[in-house]
Design a protein around this ligand. Structure first.
Ligand SMILES: N[C@@H](CCC(=O)N[C@@H](CS)C(=O)NCC(=O)O)C(=O)O
Length: 210
């Protein structure tokens, strides 16, 4: 199985960590933006990462990919089967992918991706507004629900934790100050310390020269 795209993307990182928690071995291929791998384009017609290939099956979108992995490799279960908890897992993934990454992505793009990898000046006003106005309500909400058990659902690792923790990897690369949200920091640090994330984050930190 191949996951296309850099794990600096929270969507790619989530997909790789989910596969790792399932004990699956996947190859991670980073396709060059200027010279995309034709197999990547087949998997992801709109060039969004991650793209995915398993034999003759291709698909894109992190949610579609983890849905496939869960159905194809049901054990260990990472997407709860209980109706309420399944709905909650979808909610946490959506919160992470749309609301959280919608805000944190503006900071990461303008301070790291644009200037360092795309040769464009970052818009610091956009980054600062996201940091000071958009992120705090999201982090306040997470602080109000940060689980003392260490896991959001069913006292065990699920997609909910993987999805929520993933963009915290980007905040870490940014040196984002989480001291106002200590429970959130402790909870997400513990998820990111799991081998499924730690290996990926070490590689990213080395890549970024940290
Ligand atoms: N809903 C998609 C979002 C994927 C996405 O937006 N990826 C970004 C990187 S974080 C991307 O490919 N951006 C490049 C582009 O938009 O051309 C998923 O969950 O995979």
């Amino acid at each position: 199985m191949i996951v296309y795209g850099s794990s600096l993307s929270p969507f790619v990182r989530k997909t790789l960590a989910f596969a790792a928690e399932k004990g699956l071995t996947v190859e991670n291929k980073v396709s060059r933006p200027g010279q995309p791998d034709p197999a990547f384009l087949q998997a992801s017609p709109f060039k969004k990462i991650p793209g995915f290939q398993d034999g003759d099956f291709q698909i894109s979108d992190s949610t579609a990919i983890v849905t496939y992995l869960e159905a194809q490799y049901p054990e260990p279960n990472l997407i709860p089967t209980d109706p309420r908890n399944r709905a909650r897992a979808v909610w946490f993934e959506e919160l992470a992918d749309t609301i959280f990454v919608g805000a944190a992505g503006k900071i990461f793009f303008n301070r790291i991706v644009g200037p360092r990898f795309m040769g464009v000046d970052g818009d610091e006003a956009v980054a600062l507004k996201a940091e000071q106005e958009e992120m705090p309500p999201i982090l306040d909400y997470l602080e109000s629900i940060a689980p003392s058990s260490g896991f959001l659902l069913e006292d065990r690792i699920t997609l909910a934790d993987i999805a929520i923790a993933s963009p915290f990897g980007n905040l870490r690369h940014l040196g984002f100050d989480l001291s106002r949200w200590p429970k959130t920091k402790a909870y997400t640090d513990a998820i990111l310390a799991r081998p499924s994330f730690a290996t990926i984050l070490e590689r990213e930190t080395a890549f970024l020269g940290g």
